[in-house]
Design a protein around this ligand. Structure first.
Ligand code: CDP
Length: 221
Protein backbone atom coordinates (compact mmCIF):
# COMPACT_ATOMS: atom_id res chain seq x y z
CA UNK A 1 0.00 0.00 0.00
CA UNK A 2 1.16 3.54 -0.71
CA UNK A 3 1.38 6.29 1.87
CA UNK A 4 -2.00 7.83 2.56
CA UNK A 5 -2.71 11.28 3.96
CA UNK A 6 -6.42 11.41 4.85
CA UNK A 7 -8.17 14.77 5.13
CA UNK A 8 -11.78 14.76 6.29
CA UNK A 9 -14.14 17.51 7.33
CA UNK A 10 -17.29 19.46 6.49
CA UNK A 11 -17.97 21.54 3.34
CA UNK A 12 -15.90 24.70 3.00
CA UNK A 13 -13.29 23.80 5.62
CA UNK A 14 -10.57 24.10 2.97
CA UNK A 15 -9.95 20.42 2.28
CA UNK A 16 -9.51 20.71 -1.50
CA UNK A 17 -7.10 23.64 -1.41
CA UNK A 18 -5.00 22.05 1.30
CA UNK A 19 -5.06 18.54 -0.15
CA UNK A 20 -4.05 19.79 -3.59
CA UNK A 21 -1.22 21.91 -2.20
CA UNK A 22 0.12 19.05 -0.11
CA UNK A 23 -0.06 16.57 -2.97
CA UNK A 24 1.94 18.93 -5.16
CA UNK A 25 4.61 19.54 -2.52
CA UNK A 26 4.97 15.84 -1.70
CA UNK A 27 4.65 14.48 -5.22
CA UNK A 28 1.60 12.45 -4.19
CA UNK A 29 -1.59 11.94 -6.19
CA UNK A 30 -4.51 14.14 -5.12
CA UNK A 31 -7.88 12.40 -4.90
CA UNK A 32 -11.13 14.27 -4.29
CA UNK A 33 -13.45 11.46 -3.19
CA UNK A 34 -16.43 13.86 -3.12
CA UNK A 35 -16.07 14.29 -6.88
CA UNK A 36 -16.91 10.59 -7.26
CA UNK A 37 -20.17 10.98 -5.30
CA UNK A 38 -20.92 14.08 -7.34
CA UNK A 39 -20.27 12.25 -10.65
CA UNK A 40 -22.62 9.38 -9.76
CA UNK A 41 -25.28 11.88 -8.61
CA UNK A 42 -24.91 13.81 -11.86
CA UNK A 43 -25.31 10.66 -13.91
CA UNK A 44 -28.52 9.80 -12.03
CA UNK A 45 -29.98 13.29 -12.48
CA UNK A 46 -29.17 13.23 -16.19
CA UNK A 47 -31.17 10.00 -16.55
CA UNK A 48 -34.02 11.04 -14.26
CA UNK A 49 -33.19 8.33 -11.73
CA UNK A 50 -34.24 9.07 -8.14
CA UNK A 51 -31.03 9.68 -6.18
CA UNK A 52 -32.42 7.92 -3.11
CA UNK A 53 -33.33 4.66 -4.92
CA UNK A 54 -30.76 2.26 -3.40
CA UNK A 55 -31.09 -0.48 -6.03
CA UNK A 56 -30.79 1.73 -9.10
CA UNK A 57 -28.13 3.89 -7.49
CA UNK A 58 -26.02 0.87 -6.62
CA UNK A 59 -26.19 -0.25 -10.25
CA UNK A 60 -25.05 3.18 -11.40
CA UNK A 61 -22.21 3.35 -8.86
CA UNK A 62 -20.96 -0.09 -9.90
CA UNK A 63 -21.26 0.69 -13.61
CA UNK A 64 -19.65 4.15 -13.38
CA UNK A 65 -16.22 4.29 -14.96
CA UNK A 66 -14.53 7.06 -13.07
CA UNK A 67 -11.08 8.37 -13.88
CA UNK A 68 -9.36 10.98 -11.75
CA UNK A 69 -6.82 13.00 -13.76
CA UNK A 70 -4.31 15.66 -12.73
CA UNK A 71 -5.61 19.22 -12.50
CA UNK A 72 -8.78 18.24 -10.64
CA UNK A 73 -10.24 16.72 -13.80
CA UNK A 74 -12.65 13.85 -13.60
CA UNK A 75 -13.97 11.65 -16.38
CA UNK A 76 -17.26 9.79 -16.07
CA UNK A 77 -17.59 7.01 -18.64
CA UNK A 78 -14.92 8.74 -20.70
CA UNK A 79 -16.56 12.17 -20.62
CA UNK A 80 -15.00 15.17 -18.85
CA UNK A 81 -17.54 16.22 -16.20
CA UNK A 82 -15.14 18.32 -14.06
CA UNK A 83 -17.14 21.53 -14.35
CA UNK A 84 -20.62 20.04 -14.55
CA UNK A 85 -20.33 18.38 -11.12
CA UNK A 86 -19.58 21.67 -9.33
CA UNK A 87 -23.14 23.05 -9.15
CA UNK A 88 -25.12 23.45 -5.91
CA UNK A 89 -27.77 21.09 -7.27
CA UNK A 90 -25.20 18.33 -7.73
CA UNK A 91 -23.65 18.98 -4.31
CA UNK A 92 -27.01 18.45 -2.68
CA UNK A 93 -27.82 15.35 -4.75
CA UNK A 94 -24.36 13.95 -3.96
CA UNK A 95 -25.02 14.12 -0.25
CA UNK A 96 -28.27 12.15 -0.74
CA UNK A 97 -26.51 9.55 -2.87
CA UNK A 98 -23.73 9.36 -0.26
CA UNK A 99 -26.19 8.22 2.41
CA UNK A 100 -26.72 4.91 0.57
CA UNK A 101 -24.57 2.05 1.84
CA UNK A 102 -24.35 0.14 -1.47
CA UNK A 103 -23.18 3.28 -3.29
CA UNK A 104 -20.56 3.95 -0.62
CA UNK A 105 -19.22 0.39 -0.85
CA UNK A 106 -18.85 0.67 -4.63
CA UNK A 107 -17.02 4.01 -4.46
CA UNK A 108 -14.88 3.08 -1.44
CA UNK A 109 -13.62 0.07 -3.43
CA UNK A 110 -12.54 2.43 -6.24
CA UNK A 111 -10.84 4.75 -3.71
CA UNK A 112 -8.96 1.89 -2.06
CA UNK A 113 -7.77 0.65 -5.43
CA UNK A 114 -6.08 4.01 -6.06
CA UNK A 115 -4.49 4.07 -2.57
CA UNK A 116 -3.19 0.52 -2.96
CA UNK A 117 -0.92 1.51 -5.81
CA UNK A 118 -0.02 5.12 -5.13
CA UNK A 119 1.00 7.63 -2.51
CA UNK A 120 -2.11 9.76 -2.14
CA UNK A 121 -3.59 12.75 -0.41
CA UNK A 122 -7.28 11.88 -0.30
CA UNK A 123 -10.00 14.19 0.97
CA UNK A 124 -13.58 13.43 1.91
CA UNK A 125 -15.77 12.60 4.89
CA UNK A 126 -14.78 9.01 5.78
CA UNK A 127 -11.23 8.63 4.48
CA UNK A 128 -9.59 8.27 7.92
CA UNK A 129 -12.48 6.34 9.48
CA UNK A 130 -13.53 3.88 6.77
CA UNK A 131 -11.59 4.06 3.51
CA UNK A 132 -8.05 4.05 4.96
CA UNK A 133 -8.26 3.45 8.72
CA UNK A 134 -4.51 2.72 8.69
CA UNK A 135 -3.56 6.01 6.98
CA UNK A 136 -0.22 7.39 8.25
CA UNK A 137 -1.55 10.92 8.65
CA UNK A 138 -5.18 11.78 9.41
CA UNK A 139 -6.50 15.31 9.63
CA UNK A 140 -9.96 16.47 10.60
CA UNK A 141 -10.13 19.91 9.02
CA UNK A 142 -12.82 22.17 10.41
CA UNK A 143 -13.73 25.87 10.37
CA UNK A 144 -16.40 28.10 11.82
CA UNK A 145 -19.69 27.67 9.87
CA UNK A 146 -19.86 31.39 9.00
CA UNK A 147 -16.35 31.26 7.56
CA UNK A 148 -17.14 28.07 5.64
CA UNK A 149 -20.13 29.75 3.98
CA UNK A 150 -18.05 32.85 3.23
CA UNK A 151 -15.42 30.73 1.44
CA UNK A 152 -18.01 28.83 -0.58
CA UNK A 153 -19.80 32.10 -1.49
CA UNK A 154 -16.55 33.42 -2.96
CA UNK A 155 -16.42 30.32 -5.19
CA UNK A 156 -20.11 30.41 -6.14
CA UNK A 157 -21.10 34.10 -6.52
CA UNK A 158 -24.24 33.20 -8.49
CA UNK A 159 -25.99 31.84 -5.38
CA UNK A 160 -27.35 34.17 -2.67
CA UNK A 161 -25.26 33.76 0.52
CA UNK A 162 -28.37 32.99 2.60
CA UNK A 163 -29.38 30.22 0.22
CA UNK A 164 -25.84 28.83 0.24
CA UNK A 165 -25.78 28.85 4.06
CA UNK A 166 -28.99 26.79 4.15
CA UNK A 167 -27.68 24.33 1.54
CA UNK A 168 -24.39 23.81 3.38
CA UNK A 169 -26.12 23.42 6.75
CA UNK A 170 -28.52 20.82 5.29
CA UNK A 171 -25.68 18.91 3.68
CA UNK A 172 -23.54 18.97 6.84
CA UNK A 173 -26.46 17.70 8.90
CA UNK A 174 -27.09 14.85 6.46
CA UNK A 175 -23.38 13.98 6.36
CA UNK A 176 -23.04 13.96 10.16
CA UNK A 177 -26.27 12.14 10.94
CA UNK A 178 -26.41 9.38 8.34
CA UNK A 179 -26.14 5.79 9.56
CA UNK A 180 -23.51 4.76 6.98
CA UNK A 181 -20.04 6.24 7.46
CA UNK A 182 -21.15 9.53 9.00
CA UNK A 183 -18.80 12.53 9.04
CA UNK A 184 -16.96 12.08 12.32
CA UNK A 185 -13.40 12.64 13.48
CA UNK A 186 -11.37 9.43 13.65
CA UNK A 187 -10.05 8.90 17.19
CA UNK A 188 -6.46 9.12 15.94
CA UNK A 189 -7.01 12.11 13.63
CA UNK A 190 -5.52 15.51 14.38
CA UNK A 191 -8.16 18.24 14.64
CA UNK A 192 -7.27 21.47 12.83
CA UNK A 193 -9.43 24.57 12.88
CA UNK A 194 -8.66 26.61 9.76
CA UNK A 195 -10.95 29.57 10.58
CA UNK A 196 -8.15 32.01 11.35
CA UNK A 197 -5.35 30.32 9.38
CA UNK A 198 -4.12 30.86 5.84
CA UNK A 199 -3.88 27.87 3.53
CA UNK A 200 -0.07 28.07 3.88
CA UNK A 201 -0.31 27.86 7.66
CA UNK A 202 -2.62 24.83 7.52
CA UNK A 203 -0.31 23.15 5.01
CA UNK A 204 2.71 23.79 7.22
CA UNK A 205 0.95 22.23 10.24
CA UNK A 206 0.16 19.12 8.23
CA UNK A 207 3.65 18.95 6.72
CA UNK A 208 5.07 18.84 10.25
CA UNK A 209 2.98 15.74 10.93
CA UNK A 210 3.98 14.21 7.61
CA UNK A 211 7.66 14.75 8.40
CA UNK A 212 7.19 13.15 11.80
CA UNK A 213 5.23 10.15 10.59
CA UNK A 214 6.41 9.43 7.06
CA UNK A 215 10.01 9.04 6.14
CA UNK A 216 10.90 8.93 2.47
CA UNK A 217 14.15 7.17 3.27
CA UNK A 218 16.18 10.30 2.58
CA UNK A 219 14.83 12.37 5.41
CA UNK A 220 14.03 15.04 2.86
CA UNK A 221 10.25 15.35 3.08
O1 CDP B 1 -16.40 20.12 -1.72
P1 CDP B 1 -17.50 19.94 -0.71
O2 CDP B 1 -16.95 19.83 0.66
O3 CDP B 1 -18.59 20.92 -0.85
O4 CDP B 1 -18.19 18.55 -1.02
P2 CDP B 1 -17.58 17.26 -1.68
O5 CDP B 1 -16.32 16.88 -0.96
O6 CDP B 1 -17.50 17.46 -3.13
O7 CDP B 1 -18.67 16.14 -1.31
C1 CDP B 1 -20.00 16.23 -1.79
C2 CDP B 1 -20.84 15.30 -0.91
O8 CDP B 1 -20.38 13.95 -1.11
C3 CDP B 1 -20.71 15.53 0.59
O9 CDP B 1 -21.67 16.45 1.10
C4 CDP B 1 -20.93 14.13 1.17
O10 CDP B 1 -22.30 13.86 1.36
C5 CDP B 1 -20.43 13.22 0.10
N1 CDP B 1 -19.13 12.61 0.41
C6 CDP B 1 -19.10 11.51 1.26
O11 CDP B 1 -20.13 11.12 1.80
N2 CDP B 1 -17.95 10.86 1.50
C7 CDP B 1 -16.81 11.27 0.95
N3 CDP B 1 -15.67 10.59 1.21
C8 CDP B 1 -16.79 12.41 0.12
C9 CDP B 1 -17.98 13.07 -0.13
Amino acid sequence: MGHVIAIDGPAGAGKSTIARGLAEKLGYIYIDSGAMYRAVAMWALSMDIAVDDPVKMEQLALAAEIEMLPGRRILLNGEDVSDRIRTAEIASAASRVAALGPVRRALVAKQREIGEKNNVVMEGRDIGTVVFPAARVKIFLDADPVERVRRRAAEQPDIAPGELATQIADRDRRDRQRAESPLVQAPDAVYLDSTALTAEQVEEEILKLVRARISNGKGAL
